[in-house]
Design a protein around this ligand. Structure first.
Ligand SMILES: [Zn+2]
Length: 352
């Protein structure tokens, strides 16, 4: 008891004497622990539940100088490769000596999707890993992963970026989402974050869940907890194009400059194309899909963007643009089921 009291007093003295002891403390996420000036890697261990457990790779970059905590997460869709490779490159390139603050990097959330080349979902439980936030501690693997990321990544961050791209079946042009929450101060920060990331097409996304306990998406989980977050997408159809990877890597470092986590000015996109509404065109018939336009093509209302044939080559459905806009993504392969997405058309709006 006496010994215990002595230890307590020493602890209090240490806390009161403060700064040097705190400055030396390590930042730990899962098994990755980095002291200031260090970069460390490890794993977030997800314990088995009704289904198997998993280990999610995580890197912690603890900057030499103090600053905010920024979380970078990709690969919740494990075959959106360009976004995953981009964060691998960020892990390698980032220099803790230059960083003010802490960067938590989770480059591949959905390992089973990556390994088994299964798009859109976690093959363990058939769920999208960006639809079940904030997750459940006692749920299936996707829900347990989401719960752990909420607790270990989102709640400990000040800012967050969620990285995506066109999946195996999506020909997608790069764009960012600006999540407009209605909170003017937070919206101003996320707008600036989006511009600092530098992608030149920006989707204004306002109709999102407001309830932090039903936040659904990762970036929305952060935003509903008062932590400014954006989502970015580049890459398409299983490819790893250097241009797409570079957009995401350069955008990350530019955003870090905007947040004063790296020295130097951010490269801000000055006149982006703002997208105010997305029209999803789906197929009324199953069959073989033939696109007539490319990702990024600008279309006018009624323009034919693709068609579906039966298995003998007879045209059974023609897809038309419902409005003027830009093809954000269009189906990348011939496989077409009824109600599958043919394309998403972004309607352009004025500078918000
Ligand atoms: Zn995705």
């Amino acid at each position: 008891m006496k010994h215990h009291r002595a230890v307590t007093l020493i602890s209090i003295l240490l806390v009161l004497c403060g700064a040097p002891a705190i400055a030396q403390s390590a930042f730990q996420v899962g098994t990755a622990s980095a002291k200031p000036g260090q970069k460390a890697t490890g794993f977030l261990e997800v314990t088995p539940g009704p289904d198997a457990g998993t280990s999610i790779p995580v890197a912690v970059v603890s900057g030499a100088k103090p600053g905010p905590v920024l979380a970078l997460v990709s690969g919740s869709h494990g075959t959106e490769y360009a976004s995953i490779i981009a964060l691998e490159k960020v892990i390698q390139a980032i220099d803790p000596a230059q960083v003010s603050g802490t960067v938590i990097i989770v480059p591949l959330v959905n390992i089973q999707s990556f390994e088994q080349k299964v798009p859109h979902v976690n093959p363990i439980d058939g769920k999208s890993m960006n639809r079940y936030y904030p997750g459940r501690q006692d749920g299936s693997q996707t829900e347990r992963v989401s719960w752990l990321i909420t607790k270990q990544i989102v709640e400990r961050s000040d800012y967050l970026v969620d990285y995506h791209g066109g999946d195996l079946d999506e020909n997608l042009r790069p764009y960012a989402y600006w999540p407009k929450s209605g909170n003017a101060q937070q919206d101003s920060i996320t707008r600036d974050m989006t511009l600092a990331f530098g992608l030149d097409h920006i989707i204004i996304w306002s109709d999102r869940p407001k309830d932090p306990n039903a936040s659904r998406y990762l970036d929305n989980t952060a935003n509903t907890r008062g932590k400014p977050a954006i989502a970015v997408e580049a890459g398409y159809a299983g490819t790893v194009q250097p241009d797409d990877v570079a957009l995401l890597v350069n955008g990350t470092f530019s955003l870090m400059r905007y947040l004063k986590m790296l020295p130097g000015p951010a490269t801000v996109v000055e006149h982006p194309v703002w997208i105010g509404k997305i029209d999803t065109v789906t197929s009324e018939r199953p069959g073989i899909f033939y696109p007539l336009v490319q990702r990024g093509t600008y279309v006018s209302p009624g323009m034919k963007i693709g068609y579906v044939t039966d298995y003998f080559g007879n045209v059974i459905y023609e897809a038309k643009a419902p409005a003027a806009g830009v093809i954000l993504d269009i189906c990348a392969g011939p496989t077409m089921k009824k109600d599958d997405t043919i394309a998403n058309v972004g309607e352009i709006t004025t500078n918000p």
